[in-house]
Design a protein around this ligand. Structure first.
Ligand SMILES: Nc1ncnc2c1ncn2[C@@H]1O[C@H](COP(=O)(O)OP(=O)(O)OP(=O)(O)O)[C@@H](O)[C@H]1O
Ligand SMILES: [Mg+2]
Length: 252
């Protein structure tokens, strides 16, 4: 199963990716987290893992990636690129911890180095080419907003999770994500995050398609502290095991 996690900036996408990845790994799944966010470079820390090398580097960097993909299109050999199972991903470009694996597509490292389009192209190639087995769970962390829809990432996934924090922007974005998910016919679920009693009630009143809400994580000072020092959150998280069950039944 391929799960893509999206939402507005800072709503808690990466944190929730780490919760889900931990849960699936504890349940005995082989988990691959794919970091497609070209700006934020601390997902490995949240997962308590070492940082893999940018996958973009395996293909020679930005310029070579675009050139390589152009050639393969001309030669109609697109499918031969990145056609890997999780255990075939080249060493150094994947970090491992128990059942958990992490791949990072590529980051912006220098001012003026050019846009993130090659990362978008590679993200789609990598995710669509992945050879996923029954016990594998692929969780894709995205950049803030909805560019991943434009890149075609959501359309190659089995389920979309949108994280909604208590903000007008998140509510507005949930309408847009709902519209887009219907167009590509991929199931969409919401996770409310960083709520308290009042904001929870407000969000639950305001979200249009309430049956999409599958979990809620209240504002928690220990999660915030872990985020502040850039560390894995090791406390227990109630409700996370229900999510995996709901997702499995929705795509079965
Ligand atoms: N339930 C929560 N309670 C308290 N703090 C939280 C909670 N969820 C996330 N945070 C904190 O909010 C901050 C942003 O979280 P995170 O990096 O996961 O968001 P993001 O959506 O991935 O951000 P970005 O758009 O920059 O990628 C972090 O400091 C994190 O620790
Ligand atoms: Mg993030």
């Amino acid at each position: 199963m391929k799960i893509v996690v999206c939402g507005k900036g800072g709503c808690g996408k990466s944190t929730i990716v780490s919760f889900l990845a931990g849960q699936y790994a504890r349940d005995g799944h082989r988990v691959l987290v794919v970091d497609t966010d070209e700006s934020n470079a601390r997902l490995n820390r949240i997962l308590g893992m070492g940082a893999p090398k940018d996958l973009l580097g395996y293909f020679g960097g930005k310029k070579d990636v675009m050139e390589g993909f152009r050639k393969s299109r001309e030669e109609k050999s697109e499918n031969s690129i990145c056609n890997w199972a999780i255990d075939e991903i080249p060493e150094g470009y994947i970090s491992k911890k128990g059942n958990m694996n992490l791949v990072a597509i590529g980051k912006i490292h220098e001012a003026g180095e050019g846009c993130a389009c090659p990362m978008g192209v590679l993200s789609k190639k990598f995710i669509s080419g992945l050879n996923v087995f029954k016990n594998d769970i692929v969780i894709i962390d995205t950049e803030a907003g909805i560019e991943h829809f434009g890149r075609g990432i959501d359309g190659i996934c089995d389920v979309i999770i949108m994280v909604i924090d208590p903000s007008y922007e998140s509510l507005r974005l949930s309408d847009e994500v709902s519209r887009l998910s219907k167009k590509i016919d991929v199931p969409l679920y919401y996770i409310l995050n960083k709520t308290d009693e009042n904001t929870s009630a407000y969000l639950r009143r305001s979200v249009k398609e309430k049956d999409r809400i599958i979990a809620e994580f209240p504002q928690d000072s220990k999660i915030l502290s872990a985020g502040l020092i850039g560390e894995e959150y090791k406390g227990s998280i109630s409700g996370v095991s229900d999510i995996s069950e709901k997702l499995s039944s929705s795509v079965a």
